[in-house]
Design a protein around this ligand. Sequence first.
Ligand SMILES: [Zn+2]
Length: 59
Amino acid sequence: MTDGGYACWFCDRPIERTDPGAVLVHVRGFWAWYDGSNADDDPAQDVYAHSACAKNRLK
Ligand SMILES: [Zn+2]
C-alpha cells in the first residue's frame, strides 16, 4: 500500500478521487455471519477496488 492510501484489491494501484465509482467491499467469514456471531477471530477485512476493476472482475 502506498502513501497511506488505499490500493485496489485487483490491480494493487492506488485509488484516486478521480474514480468516483470506486467501491469498498467488507469481507468477513461467511459462517460467522450465518451464525450471527461477532467473534473476535472472524477474519473480517475491508478491501477496495476501482470502479472499472470491480466491474470487470466481479462478474
Ligand atoms: Zn484497480
